[in-house]
Write a protein that binds this ligand. Structure first.
Ligand SMILES: CC(C)(COP(=O)(O)OP(=O)(O)OC[C@H]1O[C@@H](n2cnc3c(N)ncnc32)[C@H](O)[C@@H]1OP(=O)(O)O)[C@@H](O)C(=O)NCCC(=O)NCCS
Length: 185
């Protein structure tokens, strides 16, 4: 039976295998992956879909800034086991993740992906035309979904990591602090 639950640290190996199967090694080169870097995902916003206890889908959300002074979430990667596609698992994960993000008070979600898939969940490029993700060639693939009406009005600027997390990474790089190993949720 299909179940969606919070990701756990012990899911790591199965989740990595699933992402390899879905995206291949190119996943490490994606601009959105570079933005996520070695940060931890947003609190409480990493989910896996399981079927008979086996991990068959994954989605995570990350805190980002969409230009100056506009907190948002970046969704991804979303992946479903190739053997389990077209059963609505991707849609279940998306809707579960978006509901959870709204419950936690987040106002907007961004992602890089195919409009043909993500428009069904409320994503569009309507308000993302003035946003950019460093390294992303095709800017029309940057899509947004407002969880609070108007949250992306006038959005402009580069997507970047929140300052607090950037400072922590810089301090870790220079040896000023030791970061814990990132874990889900
Ligand atoms: C995209 C993905 C998560 C969808 O998972 P899924 O569980 O098969 O999705 P669902 O069952 O909810 O939806 C299937 C529908 O989405 C459509 N779909 C899947 N990928 C699509 C895409 N890139 N663009 C447009 N439609 C797409 C399917 O054709 C199917 O259409 P139908 O409902 O008319 O039959 C899965 O195909 C996957 O992991 N792909 C590899 C990773 C990837 O490319 N992710 C990002 C997509 S931009």
């Amino acid at each position: 039976m299909l179940n969606i639950r919070q990701e756990k640290a012990s899911d790591a190996i199965a989740r990595e295998a699933l992402l390899d199967a879905a995206y291949g090694p190119v996943r490490f080169e994606k601009p959105s992956q570079r933005l996520r870097g070695s940060r931890a995902p947003a609190r409480g916003l990493s989910f896996v879909a399981t079927d008979g206890g086996r991990i068959v889908g994954t989605v995570r959300l990350w805190n980002v800034m969409a230009g100056p002074n506009r907190p948002a979430l970046l969704l991804g990667p979303l992946a479903v086991d190739p053997a389990c596609r077209n059963r609505g698992i991707g849609a279940d994960l998306m809707r579960h993740a978006l509901r959870a993000a709204a419950r936690r008070g987040h106002a907007a979600v961004l992602l890089v992906g195919d409009l043909g898939y993500y428009s069904r969940f409320g994503f569009s490029a309507e308000k993302t035309g003035e946003l950019w993700l460093p390294g992303l060639g095709d800017r029309t693939r940057l899509l947004g979904c407002e969880l609070a009406a108007g949250a992306l009005d006038g959005a402009r600027g580069a997507l970047h990591a929140p300052e607090r997390q950037r400072r922590r990474l810089l301090n870790a790089a220079t040896g000023l602090i030791r970061l814990p190993v990132p874990k889900a949720a």
